[in-house]
Every structure is written in structure tokens, then in C-alpha cells.
Design a protein around this ligand. Structure first.
Ligand code: G3I
Length: 398
């Protein structure tokens, strides 16, 4: 983008911020964050993000036939009663952040350890929440023994045993499974756009069909999801196209994929431009394949924003509201999960932190580290309040 346009756009951002002087804002942005460009639906400063009442997110979503919830680690829920209380208040679905992955479930090739995942399933049941599984097949979070044990000869048997055992263990208690996670990666240069993962190397492209069929057999009631990231922004068109083609192939072969999970890890920098029209067209194409859509890992990284929390929170909230307003127009979208509920526990403080910038904590989620609702919470609440109501048959029964 040429400098003149960038300058103009930056002025839009700053002029729109209302509460902040343009000079002060420019100084902020020029000195520290020249690459920031964000133009939401309305100038950010004019938004007041007001919500009516203090009804929790789970109830606002449910009133429109939607499901809202979040990911959490076992440790966060088991060691913090205040956090567990907030989680139960705001969320109608829980997805374990790590406890249903291979490295958490499989201490050795011949052993399954469901202790922590079972505790989380019970926590969900006790608080009237749905429980979702993440993930049965991924190229990451593989246990240390995997590389030296699994090979072309035994991979199918080991994969089938894993899916049969894990899905069977929770049969009838799971809302949905991310059966396969992040299998598309056009950068690997394959004509089918698939990632060159260990599963592809061992079993070929058919591993996805094997996984979905095994999951359907083990739990016919679970909604079976293909989950991936990098599907929202203008520059991500190649990945959207590759995911569409993968889903078409799976459907044409009769594999029981029933939904697309869009992770939606969003950013605040000038590459993160989503065009609502493009996004809604993609969602419609997915829905026209008779697939449901879940927003599975929503968060908004404020790593590249100014230190000033009042600026960061406003920009993050505007992105939450603009993104959700666009996606919730699509009736096939049945659920929204944030990847965490509170800034106290976000993966982004590990992997995409502000440590090298100003050592401040990131603020990507609806609640702050003290479990207080932020403008991001307001933005999500407003998006649910404004969303079109879903017909009841679209939401799987609790
Ligand atoms: O629970 C163990 C603990 O007993 C042990 O002492 C500790 C020592 O390392 O590790 C703990 O497990 C960690 C787990 O998070 C705890 O929740 C794993 O090492 C760590 O690798 C794991 O990281 C998770 C990562 O996926 C890999 O599984 C992150 O929390 C989680 O946010 C991240 O989530 C992924 C989604 O699955 C897919 N989409 C992207 C998203 C972000 O990367």
C-alpha cells in the first residue's frame, strides 16, 4: 500500500477515535506503530459499545438460537474458582484447549489417560454446558513416542484405534468434534492444497475420509467438523479456495463431514483486512454444501497496537463487532467460541506476546485478567443482540 494512502487511512483511524486527540494518537502510532491501519464499519472513536442489561453472553446467544462458549485449559478451571464461576456464567459450551489432544491423552502407545478431559466433561455437564472435542487428527501436539512408533504400515490401525477409543469414550456426550485440524496448507505446494503432515505421508490424502468415517461410526450423534485457520482475510483467498475444494471432495466421496470450523484468530495490523462481502460469500458457499459453520477459536491479538489500553480495547472491540456482525448474518453459523474467556489465560501471552514491545500483557479476550467485562465483551454481546434468530432445528439439542 502506498504511503499516501496509508497516511490518509491512518488519519481516518485517528480522527475516528474521537476520545483521543489526533496529534496524540498520531504520535502514538507514528512513533511506535506506523503499520497500524484499522478502519472498522464506523470510526472507532464514535462507537460507544453500549449494551442493554448485563445478561451473560451464553443467554444472549441462546436467545438467537446460537451457542456461545470458550476454550479453557484444565488447570485454569480446576485451580481458579472465580474463573470457573465466570466461565459457567458466560459459556454454554466448553472445549478443552489441550486435554483432548494426542499428547495429553496418550502417555504411551498402549495407554489412554482421560483423567483431565473427564474432569472437564463433568464440569461442563454440571454447569449445563455442551462439550466439544478438539482434536482427533492434527500434525501438532503429538506425543514424544509418536515419531518413533507410527509409520506407513501401522498408521491406519493406530489412527482408527485412537478415534474409536476417544470418540467412543465420549459417545453421546459431545456436541461436536474437530475430527481433522489444519490439514490445508497451500504453501506446501501440493495440487490438492493439503499440508504435508505425518498423516498424509503415512496414509495419503484419504486419511481425512478414514478419520471422518471412524468418528461417525464411534458416535453417530456428534457433529463432525473440519477445523482450520487463515480463512478470513483478503490475502487468504488461496486457502479459502483449497478448503472449499477439500470439503467438496470429502462430500463427493460420501465422507460424513458436517461442518466447517473457522478458527478466526484475528489481528490488528494492516494485513488483517477482511472484506465482509468476501467473507459472507465464502460462508454461503460452505452453507450451500449443506455444511454448518462454527467460529471455533475467536480472539483478537492486540500485539501490534499502542500500549494505551483504552486505545487497544476499542480497536479490539471494533474488530470483534465488525467480524461477528458479518459472520452471524450467515444462518449456517451455529456457534461462536472464543479461544479463552479471560486475558488471564490466553495462548497469545506465550506465542504472540508484547514481551519485546513494552512487556505489557495482551488483551485479546472478552474478560480482563480480573475477570471484568471489557469492551470486547460488549462488542460480542452487541453482535449476538443484533444477530438474526436461528430456527431451532439448526441448533443441536443440548
Ligand atoms: O498440561 C501440561 C502440563 O502438565 C505440563 O507441565 C506442561 C509442561 O510443558 O505442559 C502442559 O501442556 C501444555 C498445554 O498447552 C497446557 O494446556 C502443552 O505443553 C502445550 O503445548 C499446550 O499448548 C496448546 C497448543 O494448542 C498445543 O496443543 C495451547 O495451550 C493452545 O492454545 C493451542 O491451541 C491451538 C489449537 O489447538 C489449534 N489452533 C491454534 C491454537 C493456538 O495455537
Amino acid at each position: 500500500m502506498n504511503r499516501k494512502r496509508l497516511l490518509t487511512r491512518r488519519r481516518t483511524l485517528l480522527l475516528g477515535m474521537g476520545a483521543f486527540t489526533v496529534a496524540g494518537g498520531l504520535r502514538h502510532l507514528n512513533n511506535q506503530f506506523p503499520e497500524i491501519v484499522y478502519e472498522g464499519k464506523d470510526a472507532i472513536g464514535k462507537k460507544n459499545f453500549t449494551v442493554v442489561g448485563d445478561i451473560p453472553l451464553r443467554e444472549r446467544a441462546a436467545s438467537k438460537g446460537l451457542i456461545y462458549g470458550a476454550a479453557s485449559s484444565y488447570r485454569a478451571l480446576a485451580s481458579n474458582t472465580d474463573y470457573a464461576t465466570s466461565f459457567a456464567k458466560e459459556c454454554a459450551i466448553l472445549v478443552p484447549e489441550a486435554q483432548l489432544k494426542w499428547d495429553a491423552l496418550r502417555p504411551s502407545p498402549n495407554r489412554f489417560d482421560f483423567t483431565r478431559a473427564d474432569w472437564m466433561a463433568k464440569f461442563a455437564r454440571t454447569h449445563g454446558m455442551l462439550f466439544r472435542g478438539h482434536t482427533l487428527v492434527w500434525h501438532k501436539a503429538l506425543p514424544k513416542w509418536f515419531a518413533g512408533t507410527v509409520n506407513k504400515r501401522n498408521a491406519e490401525r493406530i489412527l482408527l484405534e485412537h478415534i474409536k477409543t476417544v470418540v467412543g469414550h465420549y459417545a453421546g456426550k459431545i456436541h461436536s468434534w474437530d475430527v481433522v485440524n489444519e490439514a490445508v496448507f497451500p504453501e506446501d505446494g501440493r495440487s490438492d492444497g493439503l499440508r504435508n503432515s505425518p498423516w498424509l505421508q503415512f496414509l495419503g490424502a484419504g486419511y481425512l475420509d478414514i478419520a471422518f468415517r471412524a468418528a461417525a461410526e464411534a458416535d453417530p450423534r456428534a457433529l463432525l467438523v473440519y477445523n482450520d485457520f487463515g480463512l478470513n482475510y483478503q490475502y487468504e483467498e488461496p486457502k479459502r479456495a483449497a478448503v472449499l475444494k477439500l470439503l467438496e471432495r470429502l462430500k463427493s466421496r460420501g465422507s460424513p463431514v458436517q461442518a466447517l470450523g473457522i478458527q478466526a484468530h484475528l489481528w490488528c495490523d494492516n494485513s488483517s483486512k477482511f472484506n465482509p462481502k468476501t467473507l459472507k460469500k465464502f460462508l454461503r458457499e460452505i452453507a450451500n454444501m449443506d455444511l454448518k459453520i462454527l467460529i471455533t477459536e475467536l480472539d483478537v491479538s492486540d500485539k501490534n497496537l499502542p500500549l494505551d489500553v483504552s486505545i487497544r480495547d476499542r480497536i479490539v472491540a471494533a474488530i470483534y463487532e465488525d467480524y461477528l456482525s458479518a459472520v452471524l448474518e450467515e444462518p449456517a453459523v451455529i456457534a461462536v467460541l472464543t479461544w479463552g474467556l479471560s486475558d488471564r489465560y490466553t495462548w497469545l501471552n506465550e506465542t504472540d506476546s508484547r514481551k519485546r514491545l513494552d512487556r505489557s500483557l495482551v488483551r485479546p479476550l472478552p474478560l480482563d485478567t480480573n475477570l471484568k467485562r471489557k469492551l470486547a465483551w460488549n462488542a460480542i454481546a452487541r453482535a449476538f443482540d443484533q444477530a438474526p434468530k436461528r430456527h431451532s432445528e439448526q441448533v443441536k439439542s443440548e
